[in-house]
Design a protein around this ligand. Structure first.
Ligand SMILES: [Zn+2]
Ligand SMILES: [Zn+2]
Length: 249
């Protein structure tokens, strides 16, 4: 089959993969994806109460869990090697059953979950200094074509709407297509992300507090690289808002 025909077939298959779950979500009566109970949201309020815990003691910079009854607010890594971002808010740990839901959103295009995650983030205690602008971690064009949507951007839309903040999906782009971070050993992830991002319009972020939305934070290398790039272009503060944080590095 000629190359162009293969691309057309692939893109049709992609669209179908994206449209079918969306149609099912629109047509079927709302139910919680975890307990199956009736719910207008992809996650019902009792499942949110059961599985989302904002009150876990976390490092204020990278949101890694701190030992219980800890009197410090920073982890050892952030003290010895401060990252480029200034703070991270995480709604919960990347652990069952939330990890399955994140994968459902990403790989099965369950977009109502993005809305539910955005709402969960918006209900967290808000930072003292709110960002001036929200961005989502950008995907490479190749990854975007393969997936059909950027899950972080979908989460950011709801968060921006509920916090009444401006959001941009174009200020910053991913210029390097690399292997997925999750497929690499931890020590290779920083190198994999080097020079991965570029700012297209510095004017929009210069002297601004920027909030970055992401679905999962694991080592933090992706967010660190992005924050470094934003600060090179004049952002004064960078705060991450992530749905799920891995409990350990
Ligand atoms: Zn439920
Ligand atoms: Zn930390």
């Amino acid at each position: 089959m000629p190359m162009n025909d293969i691309k057309i077939v692939q893109s049709k298959a992609n669209r179908l993969r994206f449209i079918l779950p969306w149609l099912l979500d629109k047509l079927l009566p709302g139910s919680c994806l975890l307990c199956g109970g009736v719910s207008q949201d992809a996650l019902c309020s009792s499942c949110c109460v059961r599985h989302i815990d904002w009150h876990i003691l976390r490092c204020t910079v990278c949101a890694i869990r701190l030992p219980g009854l800890s009197h410090v607010s920073l982890c050892g890594t952030c003290l010895s090697h401060p990252p480029s971002f200034d703070a991270t808010f995480a709604a919960t740990d990347y652990a069952p059953p939330i990890d399955h839901l994140v994968q459902h959103l990403k790989f099965q295009a369950r977009l109502p979950l993005a809305k539910a995650f955005g709402r969960i983030l918006s209900d967290m205690p808000t930072p003292q200094a709110m960002p001036d602008l929200l961005l989502a971690v950008p995907l490479s064009l190749e990854r975007l074509a393969e997936r059909g949507f950027n899950q972080s951007l979908e989460i950011a839309r709801t968060l921006a709407h509920r916090w009444n903040l401006p959001m941009s999906g174009t200020v910053c782009v991913r210029v390097k297509h690399t292997q997925a971070q999750a497929s690499l050993p931890l020590h290779q992830r920083r190198v994999n992300m080097r020079h991965a991002y570029a700012v297209q319009n510095s004017r929009l972020i210069a002297n601004k507090r920027v909030g970055i939305v992401d679905d999962v934070m694991t080592t933090g290398h992706t967010l660190d690289e992005l924050a470094q790039c934003l600060k090179r272009h004049g952002a004064t503060h960078v705060t991450n808002f992530v749905v799920a944080r891995t409990p350990m590095r």
